[in-house]
Design a protein around this ligand. Structure first.
Ligand code: KIV
Length: 270
């Protein structure tokens, strides 16, 4: 278990962890208290994912969330993190329009949140944009495989790169992202054998989600790990708690106490 009092995890430390063969731990979080608990627990990195669109806002996908909304979530997480590296997603529409627009949004997110790095989806198609952001001194984590901002183009959230042509493109894209200067890349929902091959093909750390064990680290949505929604349980998720049950029981107990005038008690009032 990492020492929670250790210094802030940086991109240099990410690279060192890959060299040492030490797995990198990452979870998503979108609020101050949850991020504080994750940070104190010794997590290496927190991703303020655009999955906030689904998890925090109840949307069916990540497309609706805005830069303004991502900034509110990321700022709260940054305030909480003493050690964990905070990576903020650039949401759909914030880097697709032009290189200039993408750089302006990247700079704004960094200035207004204090995040340590940004994450963008896509390979060759976005190389110019990604290079521009990296040249401005902003660390960038790439994201290949199932890139949820392209869900409409993919026609769903199925496993990606099962066919040779898409698998070869993924490896090419990954090498381009490495050459452009990305400090890490997330690989989402691809065959484990391809993820293992990709991880061996580059020097930068590969963080997997639904990509098997032969990668340099793992990321999960925090709420999935904590068991908030038992109806959402894809194969790659392991829930380590059942907060849905814990919260339901707590709310039911509170409601029963209020209804029966058992709360507040004599020592819970002024
Ligand atoms: O937004 C997100 O939560 C992500 C992870 C699933 C990698 O991009």
């Amino acid at each position: 278990m990492p020492d929670p009092i250790k210094k802030k995890v940086t991109t240099i430390e990410f690279a060192a962890m890959k060299s040492r063969g030490e797995k990198i731990t990452m979870l998503t979080a979108y609020d101050y208290l949850t991020a504080s608990i994750f940070d104190q627990a010794g997590l290496d990195s927190i991703l303020v994912g655009d999955s906030a669109s689904n998890v925090m806002q109840g949307n069916a996908n990540t497309l609706p969330i805005t830069v303004d909304e991502m900034i509110v979530y990321a700022r709260s997480v940054v305030r909480a993190c003493k050690r964990a590296m905070v990576i903020c997603d650039m949401p759909f529409g914030s880097y697709q329009i032009s290189k200039t627009d993408a750089l302006a949004n990247a700079v704004r997110i960094m200035k207004e949140t204090g995040a340590d790095a940004l994450k963008l989806e896509g390979g060759e198609e976005y190389l110019d944009v990604i290079s521009g952001i990296i040249h401005a001194g902003i660390p960038v984590c790439g994201h290949l495989g199932l890139t949820p901002q392209s869900v409409k183009a993919f026609g769903g959230f199925g496993v990606r790169a099962k066919e040779d042509a898409e698998a070869e493109k993924l490896i090419r894209d990954l090498k381009m992202l490495e050459n452009a200067g990305c400090f890490a890349v997330v690989l989402e929902k691809i065959p484990a054998a391809l993820a293992a091959r990709a991880t061996a093909a580059v020097r930068i750390p590969i963080i997997g989600i639904g990509a098997g064990t032969e990668v340099d680290g793992q990321v999960l949505v925090g709420q999935d790990l904590l068991g908030y929604d038992p109806s959402f349980h894809p194969k790659f998720v392991r829930s380590y708690a059942n907060l849905n049950k814990v919260i339901t029981e707590a709310v039911q107990a509170y409601s029963a106490d209020v209804k029966s005038k058992n709360f507040p008690g004599p020592n819970e009032q002024y």
